[in-house]
Design a protein around this ligand. Structure first.
Ligand code: FE2
Length: 211
């Protein structure tokens, strides 16, 4: 069964003014859609792979035939990453923004110091990612860890492939396609504004599920 583009859990304009409407339309309707189309194309005629979830595919890249492994890594990663990314956001003041609560807040404080310290470290990971990639908060061996990946790599691919491993609980797309129309070259401004649309309830749910 072919992969399909999941609907956004909000309108294209819902994340204004942090993320503009046109960026959301192109990011979801063109970029994410292209990853899915290219993933489906790579898996065509391979029923043993077509029945797997995208997460399963990227977790087990070594079992994917070499001829299509780069395509599955890039486009499977792109599909998994973006499907997660949309859910990690919500309109400012309508589920987005504020600070984490409960166990997640305590775990962040224990691992990184204050919430402000955490944000600085998370943005630093994104700022230092040369070219395209993602900044991540993952749960690894029961501990929260910050890292980044290149291109559409995901921590689920494992350390040998992605450079970091663990279960993602928060991820920020730092590809230029995620911010260039509004922020141009100012990636740090985009990252700083993004906290206003982070859906901490969703992040908490992912953290609790990963534990
Ligand atoms: Fe993206």
């Amino acid at each position: 069964m072919a992969f399909t583009l999941p609907a956004l859990p909000y309108d294209f304009a819902a994340l204004e003014p942090v993320i503009d409407t046109l960026t959301m339309q192109i990011h979801h309707g063109k970029h994410h859609a292209a990853y899915i189309a290219n993933l489906n194309k790579a898996l065509e005629g391979k029923p043993e792979l077509e029945t797997k979830s995208a997460e399963d595919l990227i977790k087990n890249l070594a079992t994917v035939p070499e001829a299509i492994r780069p395509a599955v890594r890039n486009n499977g990663g792109g599909h998994v990453n973006h499907s997660l990314f949309w859910q990690l956001m919500a309109p400012k003041g309508g589920g987005g923004g504020g600070e984490p609560a409960g166990e997640l807040a305590a775990a962040i404080t224990a691992a990184f110091g204050t919430f402000g310290d955490f944000k600085t470290k998370f943005m630093d990971a994104g700022a230092k990612r040369f070219g395209s990639g993602w900044s991540w908060l993952v749960l690894k061996d029961g501990k929260l860890v910050i890292g980044s990946t290149a291109n559409q790599d995901n921590p689920l691919m494992g350390e040998a492939v992605a450079g970091i491993s663990g279960t993602p609980v928060l991820g920020l797309d730092v590809w230029e396609h995620a911010y260039y129309l509004k922020y141009q070259n100012r990636r740090p401004d985009y990252m700083a504004a993004w906290w206003d649309v982070v859906n901490w309830s969703k992040v908490s749910a992912l953290y609790n599920a990963a534990k």
